[in-house]
Design a protein. Structure first.
Length: 381
């Protein structure tokens, strides 16, 4: 399922070009049948300017050249009764309008090219940080979507990852304080530490300690750069939910008893969706966010739940629960899940994504990430 909003890219087709040409022909035809003292060349000059806004660069050059030739011939060369000053003024005026239109079209073409390069670069960065959903391991399937609140930005402050390890599946969903590309450094530090710790630390608590250490190293690096006259230091913290499955690797997937352990680091509580459509919020005493763990001596506590056949766990960032309607009302996630809990995962995600847009009027105030974890279906043959 798509998790991002693509960059908007201006596209020009044959219809706008045909309409601009039709407009130019109509203006010239009307000008030919009206009295000579009625000057319509100023209206014809709108054709290349319009083409610069809605047509391609070659199309704009063609329209500009055609407009200049027609107006120069009609008002600058053919009518011998017109004063020389008027002829020269017509030719020069149309030349200036045509030149400005071509220059504007070229700037627009260069902007489209720049947007394309930015899009390619953003997609490469996105693939490096966040892999496309759905993601599958031996025991579970994780689907979802991701949307950045920043217009024409593919990645922001929310993070997620799914790792298949010798100890079971490890799933992370997190939210860096703030939003947009400025949060990428802290998010990348946490993701890198999570991916490494998932393979080398059996328990979730050890993985969380590793993520806290990775974020601390990132903060020290930023502080050093700031002291050297570089980027301004920032102490970002990261709310996160870390899931770990406990599976019997010798048993077939379809018969494996999957137990899910999750550890809350100041994040939004997940939901357990039952096969009968029941919805239960998995409340847990929330620990401090990553980056603030050294403020208290005790470790964050974990909770274990059974992921029976047909059950799913839905986790999201606060971009969902704190999404506001134009009137200020928060998004009623629990209410929506009670209505949609029996739907297949792809349909549930599609409705949730569309309903968020409808609730906010298409204006998300924060980045949004949603993950749905369920038992992986058995692979035949």
């Amino acid at each position: 399922m798509s998790r991002t909003l693509p960059l908007s890219r201006p596209k020009a087709g044959t219809l706008p070009f045909a309409l601009v040409l039709a407009y130019l022909v109509v203006v010239v035809a009307v000008d030919l049948v009206t009295p000579a003292n009625l000057r319509l060349d100023m209206y014809a000059a709108l054709a290349p300017m319009t083409a610069a806004a809605v047509c391609t660069y070659p199309q704009t050059v063609f329209v500009g050249a055609l407009d200049f030739c027609l107006m120069a011939a009609h008002h600058g060369v053919l009518p011998q009764h017109m004063p020389v000053v008027n002829r020269v003024g017509s030719v020069v005026g149309n030349a200036l309008m045509t030149g400005a239109s071509v220059a504007l079209a070229r700037l627009r073409r260069d902007e489209v090219s720049l947007l394309e390069r930015v899009r390619v670069t953003s997609e490469a960065a996105q693939r490096a940080l966040l892999r496309p959903l759905p993601l599958r391991t031996r025991g579970v399937l994780v689907n979802g979507f991701y949307v950045s609140s920043q217009r024409e930005s593919l990645i922001g402050g929310d993070i997620y990852e799914v790792v298949d390890t010798p100890y079971g599946t490890r799933v992370l969903i997190g939210d860096v304080r703030g939003k947009g590309p400025g949060t990428l450094g802290a998010g990348a530090a946490v993701l890198t530490a999570f991916r490494e710790a998932a393979y080398h630390r059996r328990d979730l608590e050890g993985g969380v300690v590793a993520m806290e250490q990775g974020l601390s190293r990132y903060h020290r690096s930023v502080e050093y750069q700031a002291s050297s006259g570089g980027a301004q230091a920032a102490e970002e913290f990261v709310t996160a939910l870390v899931f770990g499955t406990e599976e019997d690797p010798a048993a077939p997937v379809s018969r494996t008893a999957v137990s899910v352990v999750f550890l809350d680091c100041g994040h939004v509580a997940p939901f357990l969706l039952g096969p009968d459509g029941g919805v239960h919020e998995l409340e847990q005493e929330a620990g401090l966010p990553l980056g603030l763990g050294d403020l208290v001596p005790q470790q964050r506590s974990a909770r274990r739940v059974a992921l029976d056949p047909g059950c799913r766990v839905l986790a999201c960032t606060d971009g969902v629960t704190e999404a506001r309607a134009p009137g200020g009302a928060f998004y009623p996630l629990a209410e929506r899940l009670h209505a949609w809990a029996a739907l297949p995962t792809p349909e549930l995600l599609r409705r949730l994504r569309a309903d968020l847009d409808a609730h906010t009027g298409g204006r998300l105030q924060d980045d949004v990430a949603v993950l749905v974890m369920e038992r992986a279906p058995a692979v035949s043959g």
